[in-house]
Design a protein around this ligand. Structure first.
Ligand SMILES: [Fe+2]
Length: 442
């Protein structure tokens, strides 16, 4: 049985192929189109998956989309209505993409893959996230935590995954019992600060996490003005500080900048006392150091607040389920610093996070959810590595370089190759290294 999972039209479009419950191939469209976070229909990723699985579109038994577009559209319309008249521009922009393609996923899949309507299914966004972690994990039972910007309505969910099998008889279940709903969202809060610190939303979050060790969490109290956090990790945002419900580009309001000051210029260099490790031919001024230290302290503060919320959620989830194993997914589950603290500071003893924990991973989750929960098929797959993408052998590399007229040199002796690389690295050069199949996820 061949099941194709697809995610697209928001960010990180991807495709995954499951054959009798085993993952055959998974790839993000950006790896083929060379457009970072490409959200367009993943035609190249689909072609790759079909080729790798040695199947034709007519051999697909089910194609599962990772979220429910009409529920998402409902959320968008209600947000726009609530934000009127400030949301007029968002309305215009959103209608263009929703009416032209986002609403018609079923038709698009039918047309592009030549599939009948009866073979197309939809999973919910956070169920896809949850399934992408639990059904790739080696656990028969685990607590599940998904946290992201937003799916249809949900921005975080807590639940439990179970697989009980005795021979060929058994059951898989995935129950998300608690949730936090839009507009209250930890992912959106984190992204608002990502934008404030001059990074691109849905891209620069890891840069903000990387910026945080250069600062001190001095402004947590200020951030707590934006969010009320309960003991179980649930929270409510004060929406007067945020504009993402009615604005397509701006995520925070003037009230936010009144509290935190001027946003960081995205083009300015980031330099503090801790970053200036080498002799700088253009040393930073006192003023530059001071303002950058402030931004680093903001990054450290929002990172710490995020960690505190995730820790509270994880502790509550453990108390509720009594389980020692945790599966995590959603963009916020890529916050490795927070994940390490879960392992260190909560009773969870093991954590499983699938490498494509963000929305691209929804493709694999949707397919696995359909196979294991809807069809009730037993599990046989555990994701132990991330090399599910396309592979180019030596011959095809030579062929490409010759065709493009690119100069190259072949070094057969590994020792010589390593020496050359070490030498270049010592001189401060950057080395690109390609080997094996490309990775699934970040
Ligand atoms: Fe998501």
């Amino acid at each position: 049985m061949n099941i194709l999972g697809i995610s697209c039209f928001y960010h990180d479009a991807a495709c995954a192929l499951i054959k009798d419950g085993m993952l055959i191939a998974a790839a993000e469209e950006e790896r083929f189109s060379r457009i970072k976070h490409d959200s367009d229909f993943p035609k190249n990723a689909i072609n790759f998956c079909l080729k790798k699985g040695k199947i034709m579109p007519q051999d697909i038994d089910a194609c599962v989309f990772y979220e429910k577009p009409f529920l998402k559209f409902e959320r968008l319309l209600l947000s726009i209505l609530y934000g009127y008249p400030c949301s007029l521009k968002l309305f215009q922009e959103a209608m263009k993409t929703w009416l032209s393609k986002k609403l018609w996923i079923k038709n698009i899949l039918q047309e592009k893959l030549g599939l009948p309507e009866s073979k197309i299914y939809f999973s919910e966004h956070h169920l896809s996230h949850a399934a992408s972690a639990f059904f790739c994990s080696p656990y028969e039972e685990a607590a599940i935590l998904t946290v992201d910007g937003v799916g249809e309505w949900t921005s975080a969910s807590l639940g439990i995954g179970k697989s009980y099998w005795n021979g060929s008889h058994g059951k898989n279940s995935l129950d998300l019992e608690n949730e936090i709903r839009f507009p209250h969202s930890l992912g959106m809060l984190y992204s608002a600060f990502t934008a404030f610190l001059g990074f691109e939303v849905n891209e620069g979050e890891y840069k903000m996490m990387g910026m945080s060790p250069y600062g001190e969490p001095k402004y947590m109290e200020k951030i707590y003005k934006l969010i009320h956090i309960n003991e179980d990790g649930s929270f409510v945002l004060d929406m007067t500080y945020f504009s993402y419900t009615y604005h397509s580009e701006k995520t925070f309001t003037d009230k936010f900048t009144k509290l935190f000051g001027k946003p960081r210029n995205p083009k300015a260099r980031f330099v503090t006392d801790k970053t200036s490790l080498f002799d700088d031919p253009n040393p930073p001024t006192e003023e530059e150091l001071k303002i950058n230290q402030y931004y680093a302290d903001i990054a450290a503060s929002i990172q710490k607040v995020t960690e505190e919320i995730i820790l509270k959620m994880a502790k509550y989830l453990h108390k509720k389920t009594g389980l020692k194993k945790l599966c995590m997914a959603g963009g916020v589950a890529l916050n490795s610093v927070a994940n390490y603290r879960i392992l260190k500071e909560t009773p969870f003893e093991e954590i499983y996070i699938q490498p494509a924990a963000g929305d691209s991973g929804g493709a694999i989750g949707a397919a696995l959810y359909f196979y294991h929960v809807i069809l009730g098929k037993p599990r046989a797959f555990v994701m132990k590595h991330a090399f599910w993408g396309e592979e180019h052998g030596e011959n095809s590399i030579h062929e490409f370089l010759n065709k493009e007229g690119i100069k190259y040199e072949t070094i057969e002796d590994d020792e010589k190759l390593f020496e050359r690389i070490i030498d270049r690295l010592m001189k401060g050069n950057v080395i690109g290294w390609y080997q094996g199949a490309f990775e699934w996820g970040t």
